[in-house]
Write a protein that binds this ligand. Structure first.
Ligand code: MN
Length: 274
């Protein structure tokens, strides 16, 4: 057995955020904490500047916040919680520093780091979130997702997603040595790069009917997700109610972005190095 068998734990054991997150009258005042959302950083050992940018967010801006939600693809790849190559220990320690400072940190799996397990959560103090997770944000019923479940026009991807997230498949993968897992991941990356190049832009975006289905199911007035790398604020009407879909920004070499939500609404804040 590997040290971590994260996916055999029923999803009911995943911690869901408390309802009724309190936010103050203004997100501009440092004394009034907002709730922060990020996704799609795709951190990797070969991207040290971006890692510094993220560590800076954890050391400063996130400590003023009520909570930090990481909605998937924090890492460009995650091969198991036993992967201790630099810079992963440093990132773990920085997340631990944030949660010990009093800011709650929630982590949702993305399609690239869905093998983050309970050992990682224990080491960092982060709480794993199911996808989707409903949460009340300053009185607005909101739904949090990574976003890949919304891309239902990409039928082969959805099939692949179901296959690799099968608990047996995951467990067999985690049983392999780290070097075997690295080889499998590298091979997969080569193949998926070619497959993605053949797909149209429209197929890789969300399907509006799927968006509406999820929002209806959770009576959500706001949906926050990443994954598509198409940051935008979409407003539309659902069953007579005005609703919003906020798409998070993917991070670039030396520049990231957080979405800060309070009872006043939301704003996008740039995160730069230093
Ligand atoms: Mn993704």
């Amino acid at each position: 057995m590997p040290k971590t068998a994260p996916f055999l734990v029923p999803t009911t054991l995943l911690v869901r955020p408390r309802y009724g997150i309190r936010c103050g009258p203004s997100t501009d005042h440092p004394q009034v904490p907002a709730t922060l959302f990020i996704s799609d950083l795709h951190l990797a050992p070969e991207r040290p500047v971006m890692i510094e940018c993220f560590l800076g967010l954890l050391r400063k801006r996130a400590r003023e916040a009520q909570a930090l939600y990481i909605l998937g693809d924090l890492f460009d790849a995650w091969l198991g919680d036993d992967d201790d190559q630099p810079p992963y220990p440093e990132i773990r320690a920085a997340l631990r520093g944030l949660t010990e400072s009093g800011t709650d940190c929630y982590l949702m799996h993305g399609n690239r780091d869905f093998l983050i397990g309970h050992a990682f959560a224990r080491d960092t103090g982060c709480k794993l979130l199911a996808d989707p997770t409903p949460v009340d944000l300053a009185g607005t019923p909101s739904l949090l997702m990574h976003g890949d479940l919304l891309c239902t026009d990409d039928v082969p991807y959805q099939k692949f997603r179901r296959r690799i997230r099968n608990p047996v498949v995951r467990r067999l993968f985690l049983w392999k040595s780290l070097s075997e897992r690295r080889a499998i991941a590298a091979d997969y990356r080569r193949k998926s790069g070619a497959a993605i190049a053949e797909k149209t832009q429209a197929i890789m975006d969300v399907n509006q009917r799927t968006v509406e289905k999820y929002m209806r199911r959770f009576s959500a007035r706001r949906l926050i997700h990443g994954h598509t790398h198409r940051p935008a604020d979409h407003s539309f009407t659902l069953d007579g109610n005005p609703v919003t879909r906020l798409v998070l920004t993917e991070w670039h070499t030396n520049r990231g972005e957080v979405l800060a939500v309070s009872e006043n609404g939301w704003k996008r804040e740039e995160i730069r190095l230093g």
